[in-house]
Design a protein around this ligand. Structure first.
Ligand code: ATP
Ligand code: MG
Length: 311
């Protein structure tokens, strides 16, 4: 079967255990947890039983091997992950404010993940890839952006599709290369998976309806706007669907969007219609927030069906 692939940062996440905890003072922390938006995405694809692979770099350290072993256990092909002797695996420290907002301290731009470059991308690495997913959070250096462009070119050249989750973290917009790259990737995007506030960041339009039209004009075919506990909205030319979120207790929202996107893309790839794909994606996001740890809430079809069958 054809593969869904992605490329980008593979990290560990270490989280403050108490809401409102400051990272300026000692406190108890939990982790390390396997993380990195592309890694969470591809883990979720594999959990659904679909062939999945990721291109990325980790250090030859416990944080790196934690990720590789975890991804392999869930069925991800990790043969395109480079284990570097001269760099350490990236990390993110996260704390939750009392209002629910998250603050991150990232060690990514100096980590193994930042070593990713066009040399890691080849037709051989992307063999059998019919769908390539781009996370905006990955686009933090010129080399990575060039690698991403190369991957997109190869996949499009072999008739594949591209999905794009802008996944813009305010900490990352400080990097100007990233801002510019978002526009470039958009030109090649078939399926766009923004969060609510990102729709306007990507366009010049004054409101969401205008932004959606602008995105269709750029060639995007399907747009799913993720709205956290408010569910999601789907747009295709001439079609709009609204799906309410499932009622679950939110323990940790990190990773919900990545799981949601992975499940939507996989379902569409399996030939399911937009409505069914959205139902599964919505359930996938809901299951992700119920569990602490960014990758700990990935799920298989059996778990999704069980949640959807709940009265
Ligand atoms: P992030 O800010 O991490 O990038 P995101 O914007 O990509 O997140 P969200 O909108 O937070 O993604 O979540 C994706 C989907 O997961 C939502 O559209 C919804 O279907 C589901 N979801 C998220 N939070 C909840 C919740 N509290 N209860 C139920 N479902 C949720
Ligand atoms: Mg997201």
């Amino acid at each position: 079967m054809e593969k869904i692939m992605t490329m980008g940062e593979i990290l560990v996440e270490i989280m403050a255990t108490r809401r409102g905890q400051s990272l300026r003072a000692p406190g108890s922390l939990a982790g390390p947890y396997a993380s990195g938006a592309p890694a969470i995405f591809i883990d979720q694809v594999a959990r659904l039983g679909h062939p999945a692979a990721i291109i990325g770099c980790v250090g030859d350290d416990d944080f790196g091997w934690l990720n590789i072993e975890r991804l392999q256990r869930d069925g991800v092909d990790t043969s395109a992950i480079s284990v570097l002797k001269t760099a350490v695996t990236g990390s993110a420290f996260v704390t939750y404010r009392l209002d629910g907002e998250r603050d991150f301290i990232f060690n990514i731009t100096n980590s193994a993940s930042a070593q990713l470059q066009p040399a890691h991308v080849s037709a051989a690495a992307l063999k059998d890839c019919s769908h390539f997913h781009v996370m905006g959070s990955s686009l933090f250096s010129f080399r990575i952006i060039d690698a991403m462009k190369k991957a997109i070119e190869i996949v499009k050249g072999q008739g594949g599709m591209v999905s794009f989750d802008p996944n813009i973290r305010k900490e990352m917009l400080r990097i100007c290369e990233m801002r510019e790259a978002l526009g470039y990737i958009l030109e090649f995007t078939d399926i766009l998976l923004p969060s609510g506030h990102e729709v306007s960041l990507l366009t010049d339009a004054a409101d969401e309806a205008g932004a959606i039209d602008e995105l269709f004009a750029k060639g995007v075919k399907e747009i799913v706007v993720k709205r956290g506990p408010q569910g999601c909205s789907y747009f295709a030319r001439g079609a709009r669907l609204e799906v309410a979120a499932l009622a679950v207790e939110e323990l940790d929202p990190t990773g919900a969007g990545d799981c949601f996107g992975a499940t939507f893309v996989t379902c569409r790839h399996l030939g399911k219609g937009p409505e069914e794909a959205l139902r599964y994606a919505n359930a996938s996001g809901a299951l992700a927030v119920r569990v602490k740890g960014p990758m700990e809430g990935t799920s298989d079809f059996e778990q999704l069906d069980a949640l959807l069958a709940r009265p």
